[in-house]
Ligand binder design. Structure first.
Ligand SMILES: Cc1cc2nc3c(=O)[nH]c(=O)nc-3n(C[C@H](O)[C@H](O)[C@H](O)COP(=O)(O)OP(=O)(O)OC[C@H]3O[C@@H](n4cnc5c(N)ncnc54)[C@H](O)[C@@H]3O)c2cc1C
Length: 486
């Protein structure tokens, strides 16, 4: 049967974008359907990854300036900077990114159509356009990448005025004096430290019983110090959260209880100017006709796929937030590309299971592989090496002495099994450890190779020496170890 396209892609976020680009490089005829009337790029460009990082970047620059020139800056950032100016920078970044995506589609002869895509069957998609017109297209393959959206909280409303979510926070017209972030995840920490560095007083209300439990314990200890220094309070175990405005005091009152409170049923109150709700997300699968093609979803509405990103329907693939974990732009790019390779039978390596994570708090946190605790619970004999930023020349030069890089490696063969970093540039630094780990290297790499100096990468060398010293003290001949493996 002759189809209109080789592949139709639903959604132009990172998963859809990379599937489209890769398919066009294979000389395939590609159509991207995008529901957003004005812009491509989904959460990636318009409301998530890039805008939050652009806003954070302004806060980071202010923080760096203030820490370097403390004497010159007695006043808080919000007394110097207007939210309008910060958002202008963010908007320029978004516009530039948006037009790059559009250019890439044009240059690579990828067709696009604006409207909501609904599957009629496994090869046919109906596009409901914004002007009411309906158009149908057919394709041999379909790639579903419609992303996800925030789950609405049960006990209060997000009014996008006093109570914001990750989309409406980008429209704030001023830097709030006080903001309460409700959430327990990565984004809660990112926005909390961003606003704190812009001069807001920040608290975090966490509905879970722990805060970022997947982090290495020593990274968490450092993080606690950072939060203390920035005067960010974290209240975990919160429940029964309600929000009301107090018009007399012109504030927003957040009431909550703590599950582990000694006085059961005691209600706590925080007065704030704004609330930023960063709760869970849910996949955009309802209403797009997946059932018409027989595509299977899991109980939470995510599309089930195998390692090739193929659904139970042979010609339908899916990637990005709609397939669930890890729900990151970084992973979505790989998923879209690999799905394209698999559908057109082009050989490509699987994505290794170990992927790096980054938390763009100020300072950043990033990790790959297993933590010391996990290694021990799995029965590995591991040694750790640490480098504190205060001992790194670049940390001194940039006045960024808060931070730790921790290597976890097997004592017997020195193979690197985990890297955990908190500190300036952590999200970039992690890739050196990732490369060594994925090539099966050991910690001597960082000693035997010359690394640029001064750089934050020096932390790897210091941590490797620190770890090797520990191995030596445990009775293994250091000289011998440096020379031969095993
Ligand atoms: C505040 C925030 C910060 C983040 N920071 C990071 C970060 O630093 N690093 C990182 O890796 N990830 C980050 N993420 C996560 C990242 O944004 C997502 O994982 C990523 O955007 C998911 O990509 P996607 O392609 O699945 O979907 P999306 O980027 O959400 O794109 C989906 C697109 O599909 C369109 N669509 C939906 N349904 C239809 C339909 N039926 N027809 C046509 N079009 C449709 C939507 O309009 C949208 O444009 C962040 C997320 C948030 C919210």
């Amino acid at each position: 049967m002759k189809y209109d396209y080789d592949v139709i892609i639903i959604g132009s976020g990172p998963a859809g974008f990379s599937c489209a680009m890769q398919s066009s490089k294979f000389d395939k005829k590609v159509l991207v359907i995008e529901a957003n009337k004005d812009s491509f790029g989904g959460t990636w460009i318009n409301s998530g990854t890039i805008p939050s990082k652009a806003l954070r970047e302004t806060a980071r620059i202010i923080q760096r300036f203030q820490s370097q020139f403390e004497d010159l800056t007695h006043e808080k950032a919000y007394q110097h900077h207007k939210m309008e100016e910060l958002l202008k920078y963010k908007n320029e970044t978004l516009q530039s990114k948006n037009s790059k995506v559009e250019n890439d589609f044009n240059k690579n002869e990828i067709d696009t159509v604006r409207g909501y895509g609904v599957l009629k069957d496994a090869n046919t998609i109906e596009v409901q356009k914004h002007d009411g017109e309906i158009e149908e297209f057919t394709a041999e393959f379909i790639f579903a990448s419609p992303g996800s959206k925030p789950i609405n909280p049960e006990s209060f409303d997000v009014d996008h005025d006093k109570v914001l979510d990750y989309t409406s926070v980008l429209n704030l017209t001023h830097i709030p004096r006080k903001i309460l972030v409700i959430g327990s995840g990565v984004q809660a920490l990112e926005y909390a430290t961003t606003f704190s560095n812009l001069g807001s007083r920040v608290s975090i209300l966490n509905e879970a019983d722990s805060f970022l439990p997947f982090l290495d314990n020593e990274i968490t200890d450092q993080l606690i110090q950072v939060l203390k220094k920035q005067q960010i309070e974290v209240f975990s175990n919160a429940n029964n959260i309600t929000i009301a405005s107090n018009s007399l005091r012109n504030t927003t009152e957040v009431r909550y209880q703590l599950r582990n409170d000694n006085e059961k049923d005691r209600t706590h109150v925080i007065e704030t100017e704004h609330v930023l709700y960063l709760g869970g997300k849910t996949p955009n699968t309802s209403g797009m006709g997946l059932e018409n093609a027989g595509v299977e979803l899991d109980e939470d509405g995510y599309i089930n796929v195998d390692n090739d990103y193929q659904t139970n329907v042979d010609n339908i693939f899916a990637g990005g937030d709609v397939i669930g974990y890890p729900a990151l732009a970084s992973a979505s790019f790989s998923e879209g590309r690999l799905a394209s390779c698999r559908m057109f039978g082009i050989e490509a390596l699987d994505v290794p299971p170990e992927i790096p994570f980054a938390i763009y708090s100020i300072p950043e946190i990033s990790s790959i592989g297993i933590t010391e605790k996990e290694a021990k619970s799995r029965g590995y004999d591991v040694t750790v090496g640490r480098a504190y930023y205060k001992n790194i020349t670049q940390g001194d030069i940039s006045n960024q002495q808060e931070g730790l890089l921790k290597l976890v490696f097997e004592t017997e063969n020195l193979n690197l099994v985990g890297v955990h970093i908190i500190g300036e540039r952590a999200s970039d630094l992690i890739h050196l450890g990732q490369a060594v780990m994925s090539l099966g290297g050991d910690v001597r790499y960082f000693i035997n190779h010359v690394l640029n100096y001064p750089t934050y990468s020096e932390a790897y060398r210091i941590a490797a020496f620190n770890g090797m010293n520990r191995v030596y003290k445990a009775g293994v001949k250091y000289k011998k170890i440096l020379k031969n493996k095993n």
